[in-house]
Design a protein around this ligand. Structure first.
Ligand code: B12
Length: 224
């Protein structure tokens, strides 16, 4: 059960992102570590929550692109403070497998993907990040070279998400044992299933748990 003071600290951290106050974000991120909070929860319930609130303001027309970008910088400043603690955690976790992560072709949203990458690493996954606007050919090339257990695709634009089912079909044709999970504002659990993905998550912590679940339930692929 989280202490009231901890919830207050995480809420202030999220709010400092909404207020575009990078200095306060840094200071509060350092205080969460002094208070002994798990840095993964600080990322999820402080930094990612702040960006979620910023997204909400953008949707309502209270914030425009410049505010969103300054908020993302403030979030990055907080991540820098947390990153040594996240790396320590990552070294302590059992190695869990490897994940290739990217944003769908035509889509340049990267904030959610970057948070997922950081959290997956903190949970003990090896993660290769191919960046944004990634084509199925790039994914296939990387899979042929490295055979990651899971491919995670971030989908924030509906138009780009339309290309994802075809990408999954092609990926599964060449690499039938690869598990695919999706996330981002343009998809949900049902859409992900319809697209042919094996998993879905709407937050970074859930993404790590989903990846652990997918690997635990992995069945051997039957040869044709
Ligand atoms: C920030 C933002 C931008 C920034 C991106 C900056 C960057 N470097 O990433 C900028 C300003 C550049 C931008 C541009 C555009 N954007 Co924009 N943008 C957003 C906004 C406000 C926030 C997205 C975000 O970063 N949220 C913060 C993160 C932390 O959010 P999150 O979803 O909670 O992330 C978690 C989960 O999604 C999950 N997750 C994420 N990825 C993955 C991957 C996997 C594998 C898993 C398992 C989980 C997972 O874990 C994350 C962490 O907890 C959203 C609004 C929204 N509600 O999403 C619009 C939004 C996504 N954008 C939108 C649009 C339309 C655009 C533009 C087309 C605008 C334009 N007219 O030019 C362009 C597109 C450019 C392009 N080709 O991609 C629309 C998309 C609508 C749609 N359904 O298609 C949205 C929904 C806004 C809206 N309501 O209209 N945008």
């Amino acid at each position: 059960m989280r202490e009231k003071n901890d919830i207050h600290l995480l809420d202030r951290l999220a709010q400092a992102i909404v207020e575009l106050d990078g200095g306060t974000v840094k200071g509060l991120a350092a205080r969460t570590l002094e208070a002994g909070l798990d840095p993964r929860c600080v990322v999820a319930e402080g930094l990612a929550e702040g960006m979620r609130r910023v997204g909400e303001r953008y949707r309502q027309g209270d914030y425009y692109v410049p505010e969103v970008l300054v908020a993302a910088d403030a979030m990055e400043a907080g991540l820098q403070i947390l990153s040594p603690a996240l790396e320590t955690l990552s070294a302590e976790e059992p190695p869990r497998g490897s994940v290739l992560i990217c944003t769908a072709q035509g889509d340049i949203h990267e904030i959610g993907k970057n948070i997922v990458r950081i959290i997956l690493r903190a949970y003990g996954f090896r993660v290769k990040d191919l960046g944004v606007n990634v084509s199925v050919e790039q994914i296939l090339e990387e899979q042929a070279a490295a055979h990651h257990d899971i491919v995670g695709v971030s989908c924030f634009l509906s138009t780009s998400a339309m290309g994802v089912p075809n990408a999954i079909r092609r990926l599964k044709r060449y690499h039938p044992d690869t598990l695919v999970m999706l996330g981002g504002a343009a998809v949900n659990a049902e859409v992900a299933r319809t697209f042919g993905a094996d998993g879905y998550a709407d937050s970074a912590i859930d993404a790590a748990e989903e990846a652990i679940r997918l690997l635990a339930n992995r069945r051997p692929v039957q040869p044709n």
